[in-house]
Design a protein around this ligand. Structure first.
Ligand SMILES: N[C@@H](CCC(=O)N[C@@H](CS)C(=O)NCC(=O)O)C(=O)O
Length: 223
């Protein structure tokens, strides 16, 4: 059987695609990727060939098709030989699942106001109250994980939770979301260090470089 195929969107913008891609790459899973240029030409039929949900990411492994980033990460952890998908300890695992579900279903203001764009020149933006609340909640939950489990990643080793928050690392970096006033706070310093650590992962650097090299620039995501 050939290696699993991961159908993804633009590396410049597709935060949902980054999550499973990063989990697979960090864990050296052998997979093929198919990049779809989102919102251009016949992009929809191209995705529909892989999944009736019509959204990326999609993972096709033989006769198994999995769509949605969280389902793909779960499947990869169970079936693609990933050493540490979720934390081993049951309490830590419940905690990791909670913050992934929180990300998966929430933070709409941050997602809309600060779209993921790996090529955005770094500069701060004015945050409305809802976006500021999302940023503050994310900083708090990251600091809490790093203090509780001791780092270097959110639950010690790199897990699905880090893959799920990786697009946040890009947003924090590109939109300068750590306020200077909070820099002296110990929890915030740990969260900043996590952002730097994630951005320095070879797989992240590979994704960001590929996203920056893309030529299809979509004005709606260039904020
Ligand atoms: N909840 C889904 C969201 C997937 C999603 O919204 N993907 C976007 C790209 S990041 C997409 O496929 N957009 C194309 C479209 O809606 O036509 C997941 O976690 O995978």
């Amino acid at each position: 059987m050939s290696s699993p195929l991961l159908v993804i969107g633009n590396k410049r913008y597709s935060s949902w695609s980054l999550r499973p891609w990063l989990l697979l790459r960090v864990n050296d899973v052998d997979f093929r990727e198919q990049r779809v240029s989102l919102y251009q030409g016949d992009y929809k039929p191209e995705i529909l060939q892989a999944s009736p949900a019509g959204k990326v990411p999609v993972l096709v492994n033989g006769d198994v098709t999995v769509w949605d980033s969280l389902a793909i990460c779960e499947y990869a952890a169970e079936s693609l030989g990933i050493a540490r998908g979720w934390p081993r300890d049951v309490k830590a695992r419940a905690h990791a699942r909670s913050i992934c579900a929180e990300m998966h279903a929430g933070f709409a203001a941050l997602r809309t106001r600060c779209t993921m764009n790996v090529a955005r020149p770094p500069s701060p933006v004015e945050l409305d109250a809802a976006t500021a609340a999302d940023v503050s909640r994310i900083r708090a939950l990251m600091s809490d994980c790093l203090a509780r489990y001791g780092g270097p990643f959110l639950f010690g080793d790199f897990t699905i939770a880090d893959a799920f928050y990786a697009p946040v690392a890009i947003r924090f970096d590109r939109y300068r979301l750590f306020s200077p006033a909070a820099a002296s706070d110990a929890g915030d310093a740990a969260a900043r260090a996590w952002v730097e650590r994630v951005l320095a992962l070879p797989a992240m650097r590979e994704w960001i470089a590929a996203g920056r090299a893309e030529t299809d620039v979509l004005p709606q995501f260039e904020k």
